[in-house]
Ligand binder design. Structure first.
Ligand code: H2U
Ligand code: ZN
Length: 340
């Protein structure tokens, strides 16, 4: 019987990377930085917010007086569509390539004072539909081969504005993280003739100890190999490659699951819980990716309270990530939380 209470390392089959788990360390005293949680007193509409309906953004563009979701081209886009193709390769060591792309911002709601868990389910459904539409529309462009939908929530994660929003960066190349996972899923399906995440989901549903919430179409778990203290993985039960393949009932079920998961997060430390989340979808280069299983990662930085945060420093920067609290105890804590 493998002893999960002593130091051990766990394998991430999606990235082929290892993580060090040190459960015995959860007893050690905390002598790090302690901050107080900010009080959240935001108005429904903020005339100074560049994401609120009707307001002017940097550069002089004005938001429409939107009443549901609102999508606009990022005024400070990291990627641009009209870049001349170019390549540098000096002895395979100094390498660079031009990169074309499109960056957009998606406002979830006109309500400045809300975050996703505050939104009614039918409005979250609107967000799910926009994610799929944006993936379809941007992915159809000939120079776009990957669409990354992601949300940075909370100042701790570097979000520039508390107004509920996310971003889409659509690029010519498949970025590093999804490329790693794509390769691992492909290799698994070649050697085992099965989908890695379908098999993983079946294992988690049998074990049960890392399952946080589920409904007819979706399951959320703290992955066995989680790096962040309260990291979760959102998986569709059906094997599909992209948000664009979701049936209507699956979109409705996803809105339900996201509301329940983010509400649990908020209840955990009694604050609007910060995280970076994002979808990993199959590339949009026109090829088929039968091994790819759609999923979302939630990476929250908080550790033990609203004021104690995990940083990837020291051993984690130089060697490999490490965690003290086990994914099983994180799952147990998240499972105890209410969904209201
Ligand atoms: P973040 O909160 O995740 O940083 O996203 C906000 C994005 O909004 C950010 O990428 C863009 C920034 O470039 N932005 C505009 O496009 N227009 C503005 O007027 C301000 C910010
Ligand atoms: Zn606002």
């Amino acid at each position: 019987m493998f002893n999960l209470t002593q130091p051990h390392r766990r394998y991430n089959p999606l990235t082929h990377e290892w993580i060090l788990v040190s459960p015995q360390r959860t007893q050690r005293p905390w002598l790090g930085q302690v901050e107080s949680a900010p009080a959240d007193t935001r108005p429904e509409y903020d005339p100074a917010c560049y994401l609120c309906p009707g307001n002017e953004r940097a550069g002089g563009k004005r938001n429409s007086p939107y009443t549901a979701t609102f999508v606009f081209e990022n005024d400070f886009a990291a990627l641009e569509p009209a870049i001349e193709p170019a390549r540098l390769d000096t002895r395979g060591i100094l390498r660079a390539e031009s990169e074309r792309g499109i960056c957009r911002v998606i406002c979830f709601s006109p309500r400045h004072d809300w975050t996703l868990p505050d939104m009614p389910r039918d409005e979250i459904l609107g967000v799910v539909r926009v994610w799929a539409e944006q993936t379809r529309e941007l992915g159809a462009r000939d120079f776009i081969n990957y669409v990354q939908v992601f949300e940075n929530k909370g100042a701790q994660m570097g979000a520039s504005n508390p107004h509920p929003h996310c971003q889409v960066w659509a690029s010519e190349h498949v970025p590093t993280e999804p490329a790693k996972e794509l390769r691992a899923q492909h290799e698994f399906s070649q050697t085992r003739d099965a989908c890695l995440l379908c098999e993983y989901l079946a294992l988690e549903l049998t074990a049960g100890e890392r399952v946080i919430a589920q409904n007819e179409s979706w399951v959320v778990v703290t992955p066995f190999w989680a790096t962040w203290p309260f990291e979760t993985l959102v998986l569709p039960r059906r094997h599909l490659g992209s948000l664009t393949e979701l049936r209507d009932a699956e979109c409705v079920a996803l809105a339900d699951l996201l509301k329940r998961l983010t509400t649990r997060y908020d209840n955990l430390f009694q604050i609007s819980f910060p995280y970076s989340m994002g979808w990993h979808q199959m590339p949009t280069d026109g090829a088929t990716y039968p091994a790819h299983h759609l999923h979302a990662h939630y990476y929250p930085p908080l550790l033990r309270s609203a004021t104690v945060r995990k940083f990837m420093v020291g051993y984690e920067m130089l060697a490999n990530p490490q965690r003290d609290i086990t994914p099983e105890s994180a799952a147990a804590r998240l499972r105890e939380m209410a969904e209201r």
